[in-house]
Write a protein that binds this ligand. Sequence first.
Ligand SMILES: Nc1nc2c(ncn2[C@@H]2O[C@H](COP(=O)(O)OP(=O)(O)O)[C@@H](O)[C@H]2O)c(=O)[nH]1
Ligand SMILES: [Mg+2]
Length: 325
Amino acid sequence: MSFFSVIKNKILGRSDKDTYLSGFRKTSKAVSSKLNDLKADYKGVNEEFLEELMVILLESDVGIETANEICHQLEKKANEYFDVKFNNAMNFLLEIMYDIYDQDDEPKLIENPDGPTVIFLVGVNGSAKTTTAAKLINMYQREGKSVCVAAADTFRAGAIDQLAKWAEKMNVPCIKGKENGDPASVCVDGCRYALEHNIDILICDTAGRLQNKVNLMKELSKMHKVVNREIEGAPHNVWLVLDSTTGQNGLNQAKVFLDATNVTGIILTKMDGTAKGGIVLAIKHTLHIPVYYIGLGEKEEDLRPFDVSSYLYSIFEGVTEVEKD
Ligand SMILES: Nc1nc2c(ncn2[C@@H]2O[C@H](COP(=O)(O)OP(=O)(O)O)[C@@H](O)[C@H]2O)c(=O)[nH]1
Ligand SMILES: [Mg+2]
């Protein structure tokens, strides 16, 4: 059985398959049509083919390091066989991309067994932290958990109201401070509220000031320190929210946050709006942090756990030859 058939079988049973695949449409259409174009001049996995493949990978934001690794592995694999047809090459490519992502199915949420579980959402302005907070509320409510949010982005005008509106709509408490107030004290208030009311999950929507790494570090470490005083082990989860449409630039931003704080997972947003979804592979391969969730739209239900099989299936289902094996 081809590797494509293996992942196809994995995802066909999923009830949310269609939502998932439509969220990847821009990336999958762009990448699969370029891969199909390689077929016309295909004469084997030679230098010319690898060069063209490299361009396709870079255009989809896989990043130079990861793209090099993929091409190198493909060349090595192809050299083990006598006659590598186009469909074989595509199946090898798929398998290599799958292995590079190396998905482990660890639980995403690190839960506090003794009280509220605290999640920090960090990331630059506009990366979709507040929208993601709303999506997480929706997800945990569906799981039957109680949730409250702390509006710790006190710097951006309107940020508090934006979160408060979501919270009202979804009927969860929103702990607020004053605009330009101390974000750490809002987090503390959030912790106390969550403790007093036996809330399962507290989501802290933080500010993403990135103009100065030292300030960012100071601010984040202060927030860590104060919530840790309120709830043991908090924050139990620090999720970096990254906008997938910012490509390699987003990757550089991510590195600053990784230096500044202990990020436990990544949420990659606006995947529905980019044809360059290769960034997922670059993140995992170069930052070694798993992409836990992806944002596939602006509504509260548009969050999905990232699943590498569905992602690669969406790309390779449009490659005409991949199923022949
Ligand atoms: N297409 C798309 N837009 C999104 C997604 N998530 C958020 N947005 C939009 O991105 C913009 C910035 O989001 P916001 O949550 O305010 O970012 P924040 O500054 O990090 O809190 C808003 O206009 C959102 O509606 C997504 O998954 N897909
Ligand atoms: Mg915000």
